[in-house]
Design a protein around this ligand. Structure first.
Ligand SMILES: [Zn+2]
Length: 342
């Protein structure tokens, strides 16, 4: 289904619909997502061992980078916390420098209820939209802001940071990094490993506020600190825990190598893409033409992937990657991101 050729291969993403198009009858309420993993028992880590609750430190005693593995920024995304818990119980240690595990929004995690599994993403506000100066400098107005300010000293000392997330809808795993050379190199290093060859994405940020990976420490034009976010798969599937554990190991085992300036020379770039468009649903009748999964590649520019009221949504270029399509999107929400392979 093509809208035809376009000048210089950038077809408009949104245009007025000229014909009736078949679309999916999408659910207006979320379907039931099965919970196939146990909620991890995090009681050994609740108090922490360095003065901050939910922060566990492993010091090698050797000089080296301070590296941080964050999970539970979103309380209902506990696959990353389950992987962190397992590796801590196996007594994972850094080769040099200091390794810290942060269980970020424990308060929201404790509220997880399998009967309503999406409700415990946060308590008062999204902990992954608050990491800018203008928010962090204000007196905290929510549980999440209090926690962000409590965790700030850890973030401000992190040379390398891995933030573990997962996705509600089925999707291929992917890495998201800020648009700095060093963070792209970190993502490229992780995705060049044979068992974690996922797409690495740079994107347009989030309109709702700065994510943890966008804290100024990682965004400065100069300096070494780098950050990457892993979307490891569907929230409550066992393979999402396995992927998170593999990526944590790669991150810990290769941190020193990256930190001390070794250029990564492998094929990470083969998996790179950049988000060019955030498609927000403008109507309540937004509907995809197929039940697309994240990571799906649409071969031709101008292919209609969704309708939105009187508009149709088209791919702007050939080989367009659909990032995390939301098959139950509501008006005003992000429906899908469109990415161009580099
Ligand atoms: Zn998340």
């Amino acid at each position: 289904m093509s809208c035809g050729a376009s000048p210089r291969d950038h077809h408009p993403v949104r245009k007025r619909r000229q014909r009736l198009l078949p679309t999916l009858a999408l659910p207006r309420r979320l379907p039931d997502f099965p919970i196939l993993i146990e909620t991890p028992d995090l009681t050994p880590w609740e108090k922490g061992n360095n003065g901050i609750a939910g922060v566990i430190e492993r010091d090698s005693g050797m000089p080296g980078p301070e590296i941080t593995v964050v999970s539970l920024i979103h309380g209902n995304e506990f696959a990353g916390a389950a992987a962190s818990d397992r590796l801590l119980r196996e007594d994972i240690r850094p080769i040099c420098g200091v390794l810290r595990f942060v269980f970020a929004n424990m308060a929201a995690f404790r509220r997880f209820n399998p009967e309503n599994p999406t409700a415990s993403r946060f308590i008062a506000e999204d902990l992954n939209r608050v990491w800018s100066h203008d928010r962090l400098d204000l007196p905290p107005g929510s549980v999440e802001m209090e926690r962000a300010i409590e965790l700030l000293p850890i973030i401000q000392r992190s040379d390398l940071l891995l933030d573990l997330h997962s996705m509600l809808w089925e999707s291929a795993p992917l890495f998201i990094s800020p648009q700095t050379e060093r963070s792209i190199a970190l993502a490229g290093m992780l995705s060049s490993r044979s068992d974690t060859q996922f797409l690495t994405l740079t994107d347009l940020g989030h309109v709702g506020g700065a994510r943890l990976i966008e804290h100024e420490r990682f965004m400065a034009a100069s300096g070494a600190p780098a950050s990457v976010l892993l979307e490891a798969g569907q929230h409550w599937r066992p393979e999402t825990v396995e992927i998170s554990a593999r990526v944590i190991r790669q991150f810990v085992d290769n941190a020193a190598f990256l930190h001390f300036g070794a250029r990564h020379t492998d094929n990470g770039a083969a998996h790179q893409a950049t988000v060019t468009d955030n498609v927000v649903a403008r109507s309540a009748s937004f509907a995809f033409t197929e039940p697309y999964q994240g990571g799906h590649v649409i071969q031709s520019a101008g292919t209609v992937i969704a309708t939105d009221g009187e508009d149709e949504i088209c791919t702007p270029y050939d080989h367009c990657v659909l990032i995390m399509p939301n098959l139950c999107v509501r008006r005003g929400q992000l429906a899908v991101r469109l990415a161009r392979r580099l």
